[in-house]
Design a protein around this ligand. Structure first.
Ligand code: NAD
Ligand code: AHE
Ligand code: ZN
Ligand code: ZN
Length: 374
């Protein structure tokens, strides 16, 4: 490869369902409007495992996965003005161009400027920047943070305070922002509300933090893995429930516990049956259920329409409704000023070589977040 390329160690997903393979790949230098980032650390999110499993309709292989990273800008392409070499950045799987119909709507964070090519594993010009022995390798969620060096569109980077440790604030690239944002931006939970949070992984635990910040008076955490309960309680859960302890649907249990149902519920698992439970444990007349979990190809949600006729609301959220470029730097400042902690989430730190162990720990229910240090 020519000097248009640099060498990078990366974890390559050659095919669905196979372990990642550590390779030296060639990364093409940034083109116009693009930025090369040296990744310092990356969390491993359940969505990485979901796509690797083959269940993601947008999953393409071979690919370099990872979307929860933190890094430093090493090179900018022609015309890039908002990001400079040396900036500390968090890659964004939800870009923010500030100009598209979505960005200017004031109604959503789902910028569509690069979404179509991103979903195909490509840069906005329809090509890839990753190669192995001349074979193209796809990008993932526009981020590919499981590579020492990656290339992103300028509009897919949030510049953050360099005092923030990238080994921790990388978690704001997905999990923690998603859970907190779902509660604070999407649901807009208020003081005194009762909430139920299904699934106490990185997303659900972050939703607990959001609920505590919002002043919720009762925060019910639900999980089938009771090892998650201690941290859930430390972060603010008032009750923790294991559905396996009951011989009736968990929604019935929660409705009874809460005098008619919760004000808000959050599904943080990706299980369509639990999405139904989460809706049906909401209070008649006003309860709202927010879907965060990602379900596999072909799966559908169902409930009796009467649940909605009688005032319950079903919503979904991506990246917690947060506009990355304009809002994430402020969330990093909140973290720096001690409004919430991130170290609680980091149960394991591993070198890139240990990335398959990170997936195993997740599947075994032993980790909240594993962070890969480059
Ligand atoms: P995780 O694996 O860390 O946590 C999932 C938790 O759900 C675990 O604690 C597990 O024990 C629990 N669980 C599994 N089955 C359950 C059941 N039947 N009942 C109760 N609990 C159960 O995963 P995560 O990283 O926290 O991600 C959670 C979900 O959120 C995934 O589907 C992920 O793809 C999705 N996600 C969505 C967004 C978004 O923007 N919408 C962002 C990040 C992650
Ligand atoms: N590609 C999947 C959907 C995956 C999905 O829902 N992704 C979330 C982020 S998960 C982060 O861990 C998301 O942001 N979705 C909005 C978007 O534009 O992708 C499929 O079903 O095709
Ligand atoms: Zn994620
Ligand atoms: Zn936009």
């Amino acid at each position: 490869m020519s000097d248009q390329f640099i060498k990078s160690r990366a974890a390559v997903a050659w095919a669905a369902g196979e372990p990642l393979s550590i390779e030296e790949v060639d990364v093409m230098r940034p083109r116009a409007g693009e930025v090369m980032v040296q990744i310092v650390a990356s969390g491993v999110c359940h969505t990485d495992a979901f796509t690797l499993s083959g269940d993601d309709p947008e999953g393409v292989f071979p690919a370099i996965m990872g979307h929860e990273g933190g890094g430093i800008v090493v090179e900018i392409g022609e015309g890039v003005t908002s990001v400079a070499v040396g900036d500390h950045v968090i890659p964004l799987y939800t870009a923010e161009c500030g100009e598209c119909k979505f960005c200017t709507s004031g109604k959503t964070n789902l910028c569509q400027a690069v979404r179509e090519t991103q979903g195909k594993g490509l840069m906005p010009d329809g090509t890839t920047r990753f190669y192995k022995d001349g074979q193209p390798i796809y990008h993932y969620m526009g981020c590919s943070t499981f590579s020492e060096y990656t290339v992103l569109p300028e509009i897919s980077l949030a510049v953050v305070n360099p005092e923030a440790p990238l080994e921790e604030v990388c978690l704001l690239g997905c999990g923690v922002t998603t859970g907190m944002g779902a509660v604070l931006n999407t649901a807009k939970v208020e003081t005194g509300d009762t909430v139920a949070i299904f699934g106490l992984g990185g997303i659900g635990l972050s939703a607990i933090i959001g609920a505590r910040m919002a002043g919720a008076k009762r925060i019910i955490g639900i999980d089938i893995n009771e090892s998650k309960f201690d941290l859930a309680k430390k972060l603010g859960a008032t009750d923790c429930i294991n559905p396996k302890d009951y011989d009736r649907p968990i929604q019935e249990v929660i409705v009874e516990l809460t005098d008619g149902g919760v004000d808000y519920s959050f599904e943080c698992i990706g299980n369509v049956d639990i999405m139904r439970s989460a809706l049906e444990c909401c209070h008649k007349g006003w309860g709202e259920s927010i879907i965060i979990g990602v379900a596999g190809a072909g799966q559908e949600i169902s409930t009796r329409p009467f649940q909605l006729v009688t005032g319950r609301v079903w919503r979904g959220t991506a990246f917690g409704g947060v506009k990355g470029r304009s809002e994430l730097p402020g969330i990093v400042e909140q973290y720096l000023s001690g409004e919430f902690a991130l170290d609680d989430f980091i149960t394991h730190t591993l070198p890139l070589d240990g990335i398959n162990e990170a997936f195993e720990l997740m599947h075994e229910g032993k980790s909240i977040r594993s962070v890969i240090h480059f």
